[in-house]
Design a protein around this ligand. Structure first.
Ligand SMILES: [Zn+2]
Length: 293
């Protein structure tokens, strides 16, 4: 009996017809049988909850439709992290041909990356687009992160100022040399990139000024020996600043950083933290004159 024939049967007889045509399977498996509706076993069982729970024994049992639904709520950086879990996920998420996957990345980018509101340039996949702009940070030529690194959309590379000067023609002259580039689009991309960098540096600036304030109050409260270990704001005009590790240990931002590592904070971690603070300070001094005011 086909489903269309089944629908011609009067409603009152349907449970009986259904029972006759139902394969003999366990009631829990009933939802899988063709004539599960109207299921005679469902009369005896009260529906407690309208939510449907599906259990998967193994991660690989989850169907692709379910996975993509889960992925809709993830940030692009999380999608990249997830793609590193196993081969299957990598093939799924880093697929550059599937329109569904591209759409997934697009949705994630539009929701979580405010500075990537424009669609990727022609010939570039969503994954490459995000990778170039947001995921990786260093210069693509020298690998440095300490210098001012930004994406040059005219050349589609991420470079520091130094490498850009050495390796490329004058950025402004590209408009004349390559008329195929849409000037308006390029201008918008550059504008977004500028806004993104401003955002990052304002965030750093704020964080650094928090640390400075905490250090300063520590020093005011504490004794002379600590004071002598700190070079102080007044002597920062030269552009170099050395943090004393004794003072840093008292700083709440520093202790929060320690908690974040979820393991004992080694000497090496400490050195790295101080280095980070130091180079953020250097960049701020370079681009804003004074770090905190
Ligand atoms: Zn470089």
């Amino acid at each position: 009996m086909s489903v269309s024939e089944y629908e011609t049967v009067p409603m009152a007889f349907r449970p009986i017809i259904s029972f006759l045509y139902t394969p003999l399977v366990h009631p829990s498996q009933h939802s899988k049988s063709l004539f599960s509706f109207p299921n005679i076993f469902s009369f005896s069982r009260k529906k407690k909850n309208s939510k449907v729970y599906i259990y998967f024994k193994d991660f690989h049992d989850i169907p692709i439709e379910f996975l993509t639904t889960i992925c809709k709520y993830l940030e692009p950086s999380d999608l990249f992290a997830l793609s590193g879990v196993c081969k299957n996920l990598r093939t799924l998420l880093l697929d550059i041909e599937s329109p569904q996957i591209q759409d997934l990345w697009k949705r994630s980018r539009e929701e979580f990356s405010p500075f990537l509101s424009l669609s990727p340039p022609q010939g570039m996949t969503e994954q490459e687009y995000y990778q170039l702009n947001d995921l990786e940070r260093g210069c693509q030529f020298c690998g440095q992160r300490k210098r001012w690194v930004s994406v040059e959309w005219a050349f589609r590379v991420r470079t520091c100022e130094e490498c850009c000067v050495v390796r490329f023609v004058n950025k402004n002259s590209i408009h004349n040399r390559r008329p195929a580039i849409d000037k308006e689009e390029l201008r918008q991309r550059d504008h977004n990139e500028k806004r993104r960098l401003e955002f990052i540096f304002n965030h750093r600036k704020q964080r650094l000024s928090e640390i400075m304030d905490e250090l300063e109050t520590e020093i005011l409260d504490d004794n002379e020996s600590i004071k002598s270990g700190y070079s102080g704001r007044s002597s920062q005009n030269g552009g170099t600043l050395k943090f004393d590790s004794n003072i840093l240990r008292k700083c709440p931002v520093y202790s929060e950083e320690r908690k974040l590592t979820y393991r004992p904070f080694t000497k090496r971690d400490e050195a790295r933290f101080m280095q980070t603070i130091d180079y953020e300070y250097q960049i701020l001094v370079k681009h804003y004159g004074v770090a905190s005011s």
